[in-house]
Each structure stands twice: as C-alpha cells, then as structure tokens.
Design a protein around this ligand. Structure first.
Ligand code: ADP
Ligand code: MG
Length: 688
C-alpha cells in the first residue's frame, strides 16, 4: 500500500505497537504528524571544542567516546559519577557530583555530547549541565560531529534520540508526500521558502540559521490558517450584521463635550471617532475598547451612549458588580448634570418594588441611559428600543451573559470594555473577529504612582508612612496573597494580618475583605472604605478590578512575588486616582523574584507589562488559544513573530475578500486544512 501523510505511523518500518503507543502520547498518529513533529531546540555541535583545548573557566560543548566510567565517593560523602571522554585531540574527564545513578545511562563506547563549565579538581574536568547520547556503542554511522543536532520533544519510553533516528530513517520517503499549498508568487511576496525544504531544514539543518528559515515558513503557515479562520468569522459576522445607522446629530454629544470638566485625551478623541464611525455605518458595531485602569473608558462609552440617545434609542451599560454599577451611575449622573439627563439604575440589591418600577420605566422607553448589573439581563427586563449595549470588564461575563444583554435589542451595536491590556499580537489572536481600540494615554493631572520594592526589614518604616498618610485623611490598601480562596491556610494568614494591623493602627479603622465573605458583607466593607469610614483595607486580590477610591494613596502588597505582573499592575491601578501622590510598595524577601519585581517598579505602561507577563508565563500557556477557536501555536512565537503575524493577517484578509468560502480550486488545500484542524472550521466554511 502506498504511504500517505495520513497513513498510521505504525506503517513505518521500526514502529511496532509499543512504539506507536508512545508516539501517540506525543500526539503523533500519522506519518504526517511525525514529519511535523519538529525539534524544539538544536544543539550546535558545529562549535564543538576539541577535548584537549577545553580551558579552565570556559563554558564548552565537547563530543567524545566514553572510554571509562565509575562512581567515586568524595570527602564530603557526595558520590560523583565520572566518565572519561576521548576524541582525536585527547582525553577529558566529566564529573557529575551527586548523580551516581547516571551509571545506568552512560556507558563505555557511547558517543557523548556534553555542555558545561571546565574546572580544576585533581585535574581538568567538565561538570556537564547537560549531556546527550549521540550514539550507542554499536551504531557506527552516527558519529558525525560538526552537525547541528535536532532535539525532539520526547516522552516516557521514547527518547529524543530514538525519535531522531526514526525521523532521519524515514525523512527521505516522507518529504515527497508533502505538497506546497502556496503558489510561487505568494511565497515570493512573503519571502517564504518552499514547504519541503522547510521541513527538511528543520529536521536536518547544517547550521542553526537554516533551521530558523524552516521554522519561519511553518510559523507563517499556522498563523495564516488561524487568520483565515478569523477573517472568515469576521466576514460571516459582517454579512449577518445589518445594524442601526445612527446619525451624528451633534446634539447631546456636543453638549457633553462642551460641558466636560476636563479635556479629552488624544486617545479618547480617537476612540470616540472610531466608535462614531462604526455607529453611523450600516453594519453593526462590534468593538473592544481596551485601556488600562484610569485611562478614562467610561466617558468614551458615554459618548457612544449619547449618540444612541440623540437618535431616539436607549443605551445600556452593564458592570460585573453592584459597586461598579453604582460607580458608573455616579459618574454618569455627574457628567450628565449639565445636560439635564438622569441615567436609570438597576441593581440586584434593590427591593422588588423598586426593581419593578425601574423595569416599567425601562420598558416604556422613558430613560435613555440605563446602568446596571446582571440584573439587566433577567428575563423580566425589556427595553423599548435598545440601540447600544456596553459591557464593562467584558471578561468578567460569560458569552451567554453578554449575548443576553445584546438580545434585549434588535441588532444593537456592541461596545466591550476591558482594563486588561494584552499585547497586540495576542489581541489579534484572541479577538481577531473584533475591532479593537486601545487607550494608552492617561489623563493628565493625576499624581503618578511611585512604585518601590522593599524587604521585610523596612516594615516599620512603611507602617510609619501609612500612619502619616492616614493621619492626613488619606487611605491605604494592604493586599495579602490568597491565591485560592478555598485554601484555609492562606485565608487564615490574611485574617491574622488584618487582626495584627488593627492592633498596630488602633487609632484607625481597619477593614477586611476576601472572596469567602458573602457579597453583601464584602460590599458593606467596600462602601465603608469608599466613604472613608474605613481607613485601611486589608484585602485579598478580590479588589483587583473596579473600585475607584480617589482618596486611597497607598497600596502595600505583601509577598509580592506570589502575584503575576499583570495582577500587580491591576492592583497598582487602585491608587493614583486622585490628585495626591500615590505609592505602591511591593514587599518581598524573595531573591529570585527581585529582578522581575524591579522591572515592574520601573514601568507603568500596562501594555509593556502585559508583554513582560506574556514573556514570563511563556508561550506554552498562550492564554486562551482555545478561546479563539484555534489550535495552540506550535511554530510561531507571539513575542517575536509579530511581523509574520501581520503579514499572515493581511494575506488572509485579502484571500477571504476575493474568495470568502475558499471555494476556488487553488484554495482547496487551505480549506481542507482548516476544516480538519479547527474545531470551528467545518461550521465556518460550510458553504452557503
Ligand atoms: P477606566 O478606564 O479605568 O474605566 P474611568 O473611566 O473610570 O477609567 O476614569 C477614571 C477617572 O478619570 C474618572 O474619574 C474620570 O472622570 C476621569 N477622567 C476620564 N477622562 C479624563 C480626562 N481626559 N481628563 C481628566 N480626567 C478624566
Ligand atoms: Mg472602568
């Protein structure tokens, strides 16, 4: 039978049932999977140092035959595994202190590659950081240093060496099975090498740069697939998105602009332009407004709401907590006072009678602007004419909840707000079917937040500082890490902390909130803090989003090393909201975390922090690759491949524009790949 890319891997010589099972654990079922199972790194043996030339103090990579091995005790009782290597230049000893068990892995006659520092200890020796068995005593033909060695993701029962041997053995028969979906002109435009050589270079590079050429091609392909899916989703959404065509009447919106107590920032003006553009176009708006805490998203949303209102439509903004909804209510009421408009508020904690009165008014169409919580999406709520749905902190709502608000109207425009900035590359990956506006600029005139990293030794000094701030009428947050709110031990630590602080600051009122409190208890304490009857608020990270207390000027974060950078940034955003100078103090005794915490102290740009955070967590965890209906990226790196992503996005958009369902013959290969690889693929490309 003829071998095909989708033939089961057990068709290959050298793959029995047991090996097939091990390969399956790596996700390799077909021979095509094996071909696309590319090395995750390379050892550059082109820069191998001859054993005789390894110099003390240097860090070297050497290759040699094992001529003897043994385990020796040292004086401190540490057992050391030693192996002597030989190459054409001479002999050199390798020593692995504390790893006597290597005796079972490293054997006389093997060809070994070692990397590590050279030291002097009764003679010259390498202390390998890592080693790789290049060849067993009996295989002759593989002893070819001067090569770049591919290292494959391996699994139990299947070493990377066995995988390498398997790939090398079959590469020549597998490569011809591959056909390149891109025509030559397309490849030339995007500076891509052909698919077959790309795969060959990844598996068999002569230099590390060659492997990178191959990787770049595969990365483009996977980004291109992903962007085709998103371009298609956008296309379908737009087609079914005949919406309301609002008119710029410049009545309420202009009045608001004239009566604002501040100047809009350039970014806010730009955002308002983009949103007005969407709303006055015949298609429905589906836009995400992304901006760090304090960049002023609410007033931008208010412009959109007024544009709906001056067209005789209703507009609603939904917030994830009562407190936030109240806050929006207060902000809107204040800003709208000169316009003699009052927003209607619908909250979960209102009495049944109050709620039903509000619902009646909303249904009558009287109130144009409505602010609320989840209470807005209850079945009993109907709008007379909802033209715009705004969803604040959109990620705090489920898909159904967001849809429920939108469905209260007849194809209303949708504006989503988020205070969690993410790098643009990730935004394109996650939100490819949304239009995205960023607010980066902060309104002027706010006291900047000074951030400092301190150790526990500074605690009493910090307390003195908090005392002086509170004595001046200002307030402080003290955050305690409780990563899992169901962890009793953590919670106890936070509670103990609050008790201690209550004693230390006996002249002030100290409150405590955490995720295990009932919502109304928590809200009561939060409100007391807002009204400055509680001076110091001890909290777990439940206060991350939302609450805006301009009078709070100190944010003290205990065990800062236990928080992610993005989370620290959210916490820091709780202060610096008023005119007074604010301080964010990270307490941490962790030496390992010092560098990353210091980096955090030095920037306040949420987008930059998002990038650091992404870098820290690594691509493996690529937030929500699944959310985008996609497959996790294997070849592309969102940190470094942004230009490639842009190219793939542009090319995909162009292709979908000319052939929306990829029905043309020359596009059949793309369509087939997407339909088989993407969960959403089939649904999206079903013709019709
Ligand atoms: P966020 O983007 O975090 O939701 P808000 O919309 O709550 O920010 O705005 C934070 C504060 O900044 C509010 O008190 C708001 O009135 C104020 N604000 C918004 N825009 C400006 C501006 N251009 N100049 C000065 N203050 C502004
Ligand atoms: Mg907000």
């Amino acid at each position: 039978m003829k071998l095909q890319l989708n033939s089961p891997v057990k068709f290959l010589k050298g793959v029995g049932p047991k090996r097939a099972e091990a390969l399956q654990r790596l996700g390799i079922r077909t021979v095509g999977d094996l071909l696309y199972h590319v090395p995750h790194r390379y050892l550059d043996a082109t820069t191998v140092t001859p054993l005789a030339r390894a110099a003390i103090g240097q860090d070297v990579t050497c290759v040699g035959r094992v001529v003897s091995t043994g385990v020796l005790p040292t004086r401190r009782g540490l057992r050391v595994f030693r192996a002597v290597l030989k190459d054409d230049s001479g002999l050199l000893e390798c020593a692995w202190p504390g790893r006597p068990f290597l005796e079972r892995q490293i054997k006389k006659g093997q060809l070994l590659l070692v990397t590590g520092p050279v030291r002097y200890y009764h003679g010259k020796q390498i202390v390998p950081r890592e080693f790789i068995v290049l060849a067993e005593p009996d295989d002759e033909n593989e002893s070819n240093p001067g090569l770049v060695l591919p290292v494959y993701p391996a699994t139990e029962g299947l070493t990377h060496r066995q995988i390498r041997a398997l790939v090398q053995q079959h590469l020549n028969e597998l490569l011809p099975l591959v056909t390149d979906p891109h025509p030559a002109a397309f490849r030339a435009t995007h500076n891509l090498i052909e698919l077959r050589p790309a795969l060959e270079l990844m598996h068999r590079p002569k230099r590390v740069e060659e492997a990178e050429l191959g990787r770049r091609r595969l990365a483009f392909d996977e980004l291109f697939d992903q962007q085709l899916v998103q371009a298609r989703a956008r296309h379908l959404a737009k087609r079914s998105r005949a919406g309301i065509r609002f008119e710029l009447k410049r009545e309420l919106t202009t009045k608001l602009r004239e009566n604002l107590p501040f100047e809009l920032t350039g970014d806010q003006r730009q955002a308002i332009r983009e949103i007005s553009g969407d709303m006055t176009a015949p298609l429905r708006m589906h836009r995400l407004l992304m901006g760090d805490v304090g960049t002023g998203k609410t007033v931008v949303a208010l412009f959109a709401m007024l544009l709906a209102a001056e067209n005789d439509y209703q507009a609603a903004i939904m917030a994830p907590t009562e407190l936030l909804a109240e806050q929006h209510g207060a902000t809107l009421t204040r800003l709208l006072e000169p316009l003699a408009i009052r927003p209607e508020l619908l909250l979960g904690r209102m009495t049944a009678a109050e709620k039903s009165a509000v619902r009646e008014r909303i249904a009558s169409g009287g109130p144009r602007l409505v602010v609320g919580t989840h209470a807005l999406i209850q079945e009993s709520v109907t709008f007379r004419r909802l033209g715009l749905a705004v969803i604040d902190e959109q990620h705090r709502f489920g898909v159904e909840q967001r849809a429920a608000l939108v469905e209260k109207g007849d194809a209303p425009d949708v504006l989503l707000l988020t205070a969690t900035p993410i790098p643009r590359s990730l935004a394109l990956t996650l939100y490819g079917d949304l239009d995205v506006t960023q607010l980066r600029e902060r309104p002027p005139g706010r006291g900047a937040v000074k951030t400092a990293l301190r150790t526990d030794a500074a605690r009493s000094k910090i307390y003195t500082f908090i005392r002086s701030e509170c004595a001046a009428g200002r307030q402080a947050y003290v955050i305690y890490p409780v990563i899992d709110e169901s962890e009793r031990a953590d919670l106890k630590a936070a509670t103990t902390m609050a008790e201690k602080l209550a004693k230390t600051f006996s002249e002030f009122r100290v409150g405590l909130v955490h995720g295990r409190l009932k919502a109304d208890e928590r809200d009561a304490t939060m409100r007391a803090f807002r009204d400055n009857t509680v001076n110091i608020l001890v909290a777990t990270s439940v206060i991350e989003v939302g609450i805006d207390v301009a009078n709070a000027t100190v944010m003290l974060i205990e065990h800062a090393e236990r928080f992610g950078l993005a989370q620290l940034h959210q916490l820091r955003g709780r202060v610096g909201r008023g005119p007074a100078a604010s301080h964010c103090i990270l307490l941490s005794d962790s030496a390992e975390a010092a560098a990353r915490l210091q980096a955090f102290c030095e920037t306040t740009d949420g987008f930059k922090i998002a990038e650091l955070d992404l870098h820290e967590r690594g691509m493996g965890e690529l937030a929500g690759a699944r959310q985008s209906g996609g497959v996790p990226l294997r070849y592309a790196n969102l940190e470094t491949d942004l230009p490639l992503l842009d190219a793939a996005r542009t090319a995909a958009a162009a292709m979908i524009a000319t052939d929306p369902a990829l029905e043309r013959r020359e596009h059949a290969a793309y369509r087939e790949r997407i339909v088989t690889r993407y969960e959403r693929g089939f649904e999206l490309f079903r013709v019709g």
